[in-house]
Design a protein around this ligand. Structure first.
Ligand SMILES: C[C@H](O)[C@H](O)[C@H]1CNC2=NC(N)=NC(=O)C2=N1
Length: 95
């Protein structure tokens, strides 16, 4: 099943509803940087996100430095931003 990229209008409507998430230049991804008290907290968060990602079969591009976790969401199968990214961002926010 083809996954469709969000249109500019859809992005403009949806992204502002995700607190702290911003559009990456070009509009093909969204990103957010999370900060925690320490590495243990950051890694615990990553473990929770990993479980969500596996369940959704939709995986983040991310990096971790000590207490910081930088997440980029994009849909490789759509070559850009899709509703799957919005859905995963919403689930991350609900953690
Ligand atoms: C075969 C498997 O369902 C796909 O490769 C999934 C896995 N995780 C994925 N994650 C992301 N971010 N984009 C995808 O297109 C994607 N595709």
């Amino acid at each position: 099943m083809a996954i469709s990229k969000l249109t500019g209008a859809e992005r403009a409507d949806l992204i502002p509803s995700l607190p702290g998430w911003s559009e990456v230049e070009g509009g093909d991804a969204i990103r957010k940087s999370f900060r925690f008290d320490d590495f243990t907290r950051a890694f615990g968060f990553m473990a929770q996100v990993a479980l969500l990602a596996e369940k959704a079969d939709h995986h983040p591009e991310w990096s971790n430095v000590y207490n910081r976790v930088d997440i980029v969401l994009t849909t490789h199968d759509a070559d850009g931003l899709s509703m799957r990214d919005i859905d995963l961002a919403r689930q991350i926010e609900a953690l």
